[in-house]
Design a binder for this molecule. Structure first.
Ligand SMILES: [Zn+2]
Length: 241
């Protein structure tokens, strides 16, 4: 009898011990973070809740296809190519977004993965010609099946990009090449997408060539703004007709 009671007591002690150790481990996991955001509001440094595990696709304009616009000096020497500017900005924007917790893929201009692409957002990165004009511009699909979401993405670019770069909006040169951009027609119709012209390689060369990190911050901030607005709005309610 006495032996049974002892057994019972040690069993209870064991359970209490396991629960205590388990709680301490859980508490430590939350405090240290273990890289996982949780409901308590603790996030690893730099991580943005709305961006956590967000699927972000960036097109490095002209990559894998051609050099895009080419600026030459009077003697015909190549000063800079659009593709090199796009690649530098895409790479640095991807770095910023990854530090914010997003899952970023950089795609070529005509990447096979664009076909039916499902992502939280796609932004194609281009730069405009070598003329001596200043300003950026962005466009979404003229026939987007998610017009409200597309408008929100455009609004975020028009807010965050000029804030990061100081560039004015240059809307007069938005072309059909932008609003009917080939990638818009290839991706899944529910994937929010935009194309941005970072600036003119002529008038904005100081920014694009010497300070690509500012353009990259503008692109990354635009995307974070959009992901935050989407997570605040809750699940998408728009349905394709
Ligand atoms: Zn281009």
């Amino acid at each position: 009898m006495r032996h049974d009671a002892l057994n019972q007591l040690s069993r209870i002690f064991l359970i209490v011990l396991l629960v205590t150790v388990g709680s301490i481990v859980l508490l430590m996991a939350r405090t240290v973070g273990f890289g996982v955001p949780d409901a308590s509001g603790l996030l690893p440094q730099g991580v943005v809740r709305a961006a956590w595990n967000g699927q972000v696709a960036l097109i490095s304009g002209h990559a894998g296809n051609d050099s895009g616009a080419v600026c030459e000096d009077a003697a015909g020497n190549v000063l800079v190519t659009e593709a090199s500017i796009n690649a530098a900005v895409a790479e640095q924007a991807a770095g910023r977004l990854r530090r914010a917790g997003a899952d970023v893929t950089i795609l070529d201009e005509y990447d096979d993965r664009l076909q039916g692409l499902k992502a939280d957002v796609l932004v194609s990165i281009h730069a405009d010609s070598c003329i001596d004009v200043s300003g950026y511009k962005a466009a979404v699909h003229a026939y987007s099946l998610i017009p409200e979401t597309s408008a929100q993405l455009l609004a975020c670019i028009d807010q965050a990009y000029p804030a990061a770069t100081g560039l004015p909006h240059h809307p007069d040169t938005v072309t059909h090449n932008m609003t009917e951009y080939h990638a818009f027609k290839r991706i899944d119709s529910q994937t929010p997408a935009a194309i941005i012209e970072l600036g003119f390689m002529g008038g904005d060369q100081t920014l694009l060539v010497d300070n690509p990190e500012l353009a990259a911050k503008g692109v990354a901030d635009s995307i974070l703004c959009f992901l935050e607005s989407e997570s605040a709005a809750g699940p998408a309610t728009e349905v394709a007709p």
